[in-house]
Design a protein around this ligand. Sequence first.
Ligand SMILES: C[S@@+](CC[C@H](N)C(=O)[O-])C[C@H]1O[C@@H](n2cnc3c(N)ncnc32)[C@H](O)[C@@H]1O
Length: 338
Amino acid sequence: IESEKTSLKEGERYKPYTVTVYCIKNITSRIFYLPEMRSACTKLKYVLQFWTKQFQTHNIPDPKSSTEFIIAHALGKKTLFGVEPDTLLSKTQTDHVKSFCKMRLTRMPVQYILGEWDFLDLTLKMRAPVLIPRPETEELAELCCDTLSHLPSGEGQVFLEIGPGSGAITLSLLKRYPELQAVAVDISEEACKLTELNAHNTGTSDRLRVINGDIVDSQVFEQLRTHAPFCLAVSNPPYVTTAEMASLQEEISCFEDHRALHGGEDGLDVIREVLLRCSQLIQPGGHLWLEVGESHPPLVEKFTAFQETWKELPRQLVYKSTITDLYGKPRFCHLITS
Ligand SMILES: C[S@@+](CC[C@H](N)C(=O)[O-])C[C@H]1O[C@@H](n2cnc3c(N)ncnc32)[C@H](O)[C@@H]1O
């Protein structure tokens, strides 16, 4: 254990150290020696400097933005935009920052620490290990909205999401289209509970049916069939390959559910099941939107074109297009049923 010399700034006290021991998933024990901050009112800029420096010292990714989000939360805000650097933080607020920053030192993602995160125009509760929605997924929800805006509107239109996680995609669509109904199926009980909680908080629960189950399970499929046909299906399934799983950031590998991430050897295990099931659940001329790994779109296209079993199915999926994400990576597959 190394203690490092810290140059003192106004608002900082070098001694005594606080010793904090963390245990992450029973694997890693960590001890942090943290210089104490003065407990009286402290200016925001010093709290920001102090914790950013601690995070840098301990190699925590995004040190400044992590600290900013935590301080903003202590002030009852979402960001520090427009907040004066000389703003005084009370003892309660600095203690709040301290306890949250200690969690961040364990590599816990800011979204789980704060317990909520924004997705498009919704604020959703976040709880480990349910996957934190990524910025790309906002694009997927927008693509679905665009498709839905071109479909005949009216009551009775139902869409399906496979793997809603926190409910981000489904709830955004339900919020935007008040006549739509949805069915969401997830293998994770925690994800189902979080989707239900977020549906309740966003006033959409009366139009949503959440099913806890595996899409591969024939009983789950029969249950889905009772709600079919769906005008649209959407899924951001687990698509990380076995090789990629070994190099995930600690924030992801230690805190997020591996069932939400790992898609098998080639990352396509759940994607293939989604394609097979959706071909039978979507109405003729209906749509399927998928978020996949950047190497996957040609493989999805090939699978829909050449799979032998495909031909025995009553309806077939036709690959329509690949859309790139905000980073320029091929990310979204659009298919329609014949
Ligand atoms: C990548 S996460 C997506 C979560 C959310 N839709 C989002 O975009 O933030 C994949 C989700 O699929 C669920 N899942 C994985 N395998 C599944 C399966 N076989 N059947 C149903 N859900 C599954 C996981 O539990 C997880 O919630």
